[in-house]
Design a protein around this ligand. Structure first.
Ligand code: CP
Length: 306
């Protein structure tokens, strides 16, 4: 069966944990030897970016090469997709040329249509709805820093975003409590919370950032204005009280870590003193994008018999 990686909610905890464990092993091997045997030699990953990227683009490119494979970088505008060729036809053609596709596009339906028509693995490199590769790296980082997720509490403060939705997907899978503080107008769609609760997740939504972060093991936020948002000025005004400041961080557990998927905007969603302070693990988190992409690629290709 073709193994797509589209959303954390699609997988069992065992599968997700196995990808993270594999990523941690690969990280140790890469650090020790700087040369990794090439299980994906002869394989090519097509990377389609309809939106900008630094981390996702570079980490998938390097991860694929570290596994012995190759990459082709494509932008939607350069392809016939930009002139109206259907996503289904694009999937059928790419399936004849390459061995897997990673796509970043705002439209989640496009990723699903690509996966439905491809005979090779499709990886979600971010949509407006979710960002599963990012949150798998976040989970890997927290597990490395603080051990298994079971019984931990994670707080999210700020606007809802694709990263938050993948955190909501992860909560029932990994057995941690997720406390979310957003203004009502920038809250996650209730359907995601309903899904998490049906799956046995402990996910709480409120509008008080202080209540959300009190005593937690990890504080997470994201940029206030995401790709595709057009109400930047209003967002800055409404979200100001949700900034992760030193004062807010002091309410978390003294050992709490701070995470941010990046790019960050110091002085907006996070105070510079937190971003660059001792509790911040953002650079390890960014590095782990590289290692977790290897785990995801290895998992996808294992399904294809690589
Ligand atoms: N966090 C993240 O996805 O970064 P890029 O947008 O740079 O890929």
């Amino acid at each position: 069966m073709v193994r797509h990686f589209l959303d954390i909610s699609d997988f069992s905890r065992a599968t997700l944990q196995s990808i993270i464990d594999d990523s941690i092993r690969r990280k140790a091997t890469a650090k020790a030897a700087r040369v990794v045997p090439g299980p994906l030699a002869g394989k090519t990953l097509a990377m389609i970016f309809e939106n900008p990227s630094t981390r996702t683009r570079i980490s998938f490119d390097l991860a694929m090469r570290a596994l012995g494979g190759d990459t082709i970088m494509l932008t939607g505008a350069e392809m016939q997709l930009g002139r109206g060729e259907t996503i289904g036809d694009t999937a059928r053609v790419l399936s004849r040329y390459v061995d897997a596709i990673m796509i970043r596009t705002l439209e989640a339906a496009k990723v699903e249509e690509l996966a439905a028509n491809a005979t090779i693995p499709v990886i979600n490199g971010l949509t407006r709805r979710s960002h599963p590769c990012q949150v798998l790296a976040d989970l890997m980082t927290m597990i490395e820093k603080r051990g298994p997720m079971d019984g931990k509490t994670v707080a999210w403060t700020g606007s809802s975003s694709n990263v938050l939705i993948s955190w909501i997907h992860a909560a029932p899978r990994f057995g941690f409590r997720l406390k979310i503080a957003t203004p009502a107008e920038y809250a996650p769609d209730p359907s995601f919370l309903d899904w998490a609760r049906r799956e046995g997740g402990e996910v709480e939504l409120g509008d008080d950032p202080e209540a959300a972060v009190r005593g937690v093991d990890c504080v997470v936020t994201d940029t206030w204005v995401s790709m595709g948002d057009t109400d930047g000025e209003r967002r800055h005004n409404v979200l100001k009280p949700y900034q992760v400041s030193s004062r807010l961080m002091a309410l978390a557990h003294p050992d709490a870590i701070f995470m941010h998927c990046l790019p960050a905007h110091r002085g907006d969603e996070v105070e510079g003193a937190v971003m660059d302070g001792p509790q911040s693990v953002v650079w390890d988190e960014a590095e782990n994008r590289l290692h977790v992409q290897k785990g995801i690629l290895a998992w996808c290709f294992a399904g294809a018999g690589a």
